[in-house]
Design a protein around this ligand. Structure first.
Ligand code: SAM
Length: 272
């Protein structure tokens, strides 16, 4: 079964998996959306409320965050985030769904923090978000991937069910509870860009970066030592070399790393 019919089929089930948060929200101006209805690039199927909750937990959402839901449907993710104190915004192509979401946000008392706009996600600037949520399709995720990867390191991306091609997730989790369909969340953390050569006090570090994963070596005292177990977690770097774990933070300029060496000591690196 292809993904679109799967989404449509799941829609019937998901409609009844509506969480308590918005289940009592009356339809706006008699507009009643129907799960599985056509959308610009993908149909509307609501994320089960249990998975919305799980996605926000995985994102470690706080009141300092600005969440943007790409293809926000009936607004449930945006409204749930706003009810937890964050600012949140939905970008949705269907104007009726935008109006429905705006009314729901008012009813829930969070219209100031939960905003919506009628727009195409592929023509929108969402670079100011600290958390992105999406429930699209894998090929749409892959189309968005270059834009997502340009976002500030540490930005969290949460997808309902669908992956990002060869960019493997940093975490996955099931909604649990009574969730019956589309119940898995995938999480990515936008990595700082560290690919290339870095000067250390007493050597040179070469990093080969594939998304959040790193390989490379440290040249020191005439020796070339391979690094292992190496990866980014947002702006945080961690690798193992010469029997020691190195951890550090890439600064805002992206040109300096400073951190600790396991067992004592510090290290700094600057772009070669
Ligand atoms: C599967 S639904 C997910 C809805 C919501 N994010 C959720 O998780 O409950 C996808 C939504 O994306 C919207 N959509 C599809 N293509 C879009 C586009 N190019 N720009 C903005 N919204 C789009 C659809 O109208 C639909 O509401």
């Amino acid at each position: 079964m292809t993904l679109l019919p799967r989404l449509a089929l799941a829609s019937a089930i998901s409609l009844f998996a509506f969480g308590p948060a918005l289940a009592d929200t009356p339809p706006a101006n008699n507009y009643t959306p129907s799960s599985g209805q056509a959308g610009k690039d993908v149909v509307w199927v609501p994320t089960p409320q249990a998975l919305v909750d799980r996605m926000l937990e995985m994102a470690e959402l706080t009141d300092q965050d600005y969440l943007i839901d790409l293809g926000s449907g009936d607004g449930r993710t945006v409204i749930t985030a706003a009810k937890r104190g964050a600012r949140a915004h939905g970008i949705e192509y269907n104007p009726d769904m935008v109006a429905l979401s705006q009314r729901a946000a008012k009813i829930e008392g969070v219209a100031e923090r939960a905003t919506f706009e009628k727009a195409d996600i592929f023509e929108s600037d969402f670079s100011k978000a600290t958390i992105i949520t999406l429930f699209l399709l894998p090929d749409l995720n892959v189309r968005l991937r270059p834009t997502l990867l340009k976002m500030k390191p540490g930005t969290r991306v949460l997808s309902n069910s669908f992956d990002m091609g060869d960019w493997l997730p940093d975490a996955r989790a099931e909604a649990g509870g009574d969730c019956v369909s589309y119940c898995e969340a995938l999480k990515w953390i936008i990595p700082a860009k560290v690919d290339g050569r870095w000067r250390l006090e007493n050597g040179e570090l070469r990093l080969d970066q594939t998304y959040q994963m790193l390989a490379g070596n440290l040249r020191r005292d005439g020796k070339t030592l391979a690094i292992s177990d190496a990866r980014m977690n947002g702006a945080e770097i961690s690798f193992f070399v010469d029997g020691k774990r190195y951890t550090g933070t890439v600064d805002e300029t992206g040109k300096k790393i400073s951190g600790q060496i396991e067992g004592g000591g510090t290290w700094t690196a600057s772009r070669a």
